[in-house]
Design a protein around this ligand. Structure first.
Ligand SMILES: NC(=O)c1ccc[n+]([C@@H]2O[C@H](COP(=O)([O-])OP(=O)(O)OC[C@H]3O[C@@H](n4cnc5c(N)ncnc54)[C@H](O)[C@@H]3O)[C@@H](O)[C@H]2O)c1
Length: 249
């Protein structure tokens, strides 16, 4: 049995993960960690009282780096669903995971459909010179743009180093109208409002055609197969992985 702790256990994602772990025949939920509710307050406190093979973190951008450092320095494998890590922080976690041979998976999106969207966007980037990303989330989301949008742009940039900005020169009459510029000059636009859970469109254009790839998450259960796959992966491999697409069969 893989002994799993969930950090952020009383959050929207954490509650689903606790239930999924409890339902998995090869896993045991040994600790709930959260700054609210009936839970251990810190990973340190939980690890002194419970056995933890793998910790799953769905907390918030401002705590994830410290949480991950604690785990990787204390022989606790970690599956990171929390978004908001900076590139340099991801690089430092990779180095620490490899140095200590402690498994670490960072996945900005655990749903298979969203991972396929990213892979298809990466493929399509070869054939289109213009692309923009629109991501739409519920209005309690703490970071913008989403980790999924950033990862999508990163994967697209691995196919094409620069997308065209041939509608320039342009004047932004209202600041921010054109979104934020990411990898390979891909513009990302973030929508936040009630009604959405997590959606994203990648839009490609060329003369006479528009090609859209869209994914909608309508229930947080869509992430759970990916999270459990991630737990099994870090438990067995003890390596560093960024992106669920690297471990999907
Ligand atoms: N990777 C994915 O597939 C995926 C999917 C959905 C959400 N997310 C990300 O997961 C994170 C959580 O999302 P959510 O919607 O569940 O948020 P949420 O606000 O509902 O839950 C966060 C939980 O973490 C707890 N928490 C905050 N700081 C903590 C700390 N330092 N230690 C312990 N607990 C702490 C909060 O009390 C809360 O219960 C966000 O970063 C979100 O972007 C990732």
């Amino acid at each position: 049995m893989i002994k799993v702790a969930v950090c952020g256990a009383y959050g929207k994602m954490g509650k689903e993960v606790c239930q999924a772990v409890e339902n998995a025949s090869d896993m045991e939920l040994t600790a709930k960690i959260d700054i609210q509710g009936d839970a251990y307050r810190t990973i340190e406190e939980a690890s002194k009282n419970c056995e933890i093979d793998v910790l799953v973190d769905f907390t918030q951008p401002k705590s994830i780096y410290e949480n991950a450092l604690y785990c990787l320095n204390n022989d606790i494998r970690i599956v990171i669903g929390t978004t908001g890590l900076k590139d340099e922080e991801i690089g430092q976690l990779k180095a620490l995971s490899e140095m200590n041979s402690t498994g670490c998976l960072i996945a900005p999106n655990f749903s298979t459909g969203a991972v396929l969207m990213m892979m298809f966007a990466q493929m399509a980037s070869k054939y289109f010179d213009n692309a923009e990303i629109i991501e739409m989330h519920h209005n309690q989301k703490k970071d913008a743009p989403s980790g999924t949008a950033i990862k999508t742009a990163l994967m697209m940039s691995q196919t094409k180093s620069t997308f065209k900005k041939d509608n320039c020169p342009e004047t932004e009459t209202i600041t921010g109208s054109r979104g934020g510029t990411s990898y390979s000059d891909i513009q990302i636009h973030s929508v936040r409002m009630p009604g959405f859970m997590a959606s994203q469109e990648v839009i490609f254009g060329s003369s006479g055609q528009v090609f859209k790839i869209r994914h909608d998450s309508t229930d947080r259960k869509c992430y759970m197969d990916g999270v459990l796959l991630g737990v099994r992966h870090v438990y067995q491999k003890n390596d560093f992985t960024y992106g669920l697409e690297k471990i999907l069969g």
